[in-house]
Design a protein around this ligand. Sequence first.
Ligand code: NAI
Length: 332
Amino acid sequence: MNKTITLIYGDGIGKDIIDATIKIIERAGVKINWDRQEAGLSAYEKYGNPLPEETIKSIEKNKIALKGPLTTPVGTGFRSVNIALRQYFKLFANIRPVKSFDGIDSLYKDLDFVVVRENTEGLYTGIEFMVNDNIAQSVKIISRDASLKICNFAFELARQEKREKVTLTHKANIMKLSDGLFLRVGREVANEYKDIQFEDIIVDAMAMRMVMNPRNFSVIVAPNLYGDILSDLGAGLIGGLGIAPSGNIGDDFAIFEPVHGSAPDIAGKNIANPISAILSGAMMLKHIDEVEAAFKIEKALKNILKNKENCTVDIGGKLSTTEFADAVIANI
Ligand code: NAI
């Protein structure tokens, strides 16, 4: 029986890049019933709700979703739907592989590491107060439970993918209680995985070392904010957000999505780069044990990207979104 997966186009370039992705998944031989649902600004404009109940119910039923980017109003309006989804479905791990492609201009070649970001707490709980008119306060939460879950996840991933080292990053020299707890838990977990090396690095030094010597890293585990920043830094090392996929994983649910936003400036022009969405689709296929199809897609992308002409315009090529998707399909 075909698997049913929730599909959310999202806003802006979402439809273009997700359509490209589902055509490619089909060509790779995986038949999926896509349960199409809405979220984001487009849902808000239509229903007055950026995260309709129907969408939540669909993910609850199907357990897995493939999602395009969602527009979030800045400084006002509804809270980020992405964060709401991560918290509601307890998607505690945000996985961001950083893998370079030969043909794409980038600072480094042959990079292959993964950022494992805690996805539910830290500075992203949205608990903020105005202490008075001139002082705002944000609350940072670090719990033993969430730290334990994400550190265990990072070591399990290292074992599964035969990666030799986990690097935990923190600022426990300043935030001795919150980051101190994260580090303590990381050290406890490391003690149970003697086959995998462990190190911890203060986050500012980590940023520098990732730029100067990124080949030293294999799995990086981080609290929410540092993971958010360092995973974008990682994407910058291999040529930008347009080629960086992500998965949000929980015990019962998982949502896969490109890491870039809805790119309103190029929406509707059929020029968006779908690589991040396609690679997120491949991550999703691995998650549902369609590993062979995922490898086929990754291999086709690798082949095509050897020649810069075959890229979309944002990375120096000539192809439109649909032409690029067709080229991948022809290569599978
Ligand atoms: P953005 O990632 O949408 O765009 C930044 C720049 O990169 C723009 O010039 C855009 O044209 C370009 N770009 C992004 N993706 C591209 C692609 N696939 N191909 C070619 N060019 C691409 O970031 P921005 O402008 O800060 O955010 C726009 C909206 O997206 C905001 O409402 C933001 O909240 C939302 N957003 C949503 C995310 C998600 O749903 N996961 C993640 C990041 C931002």
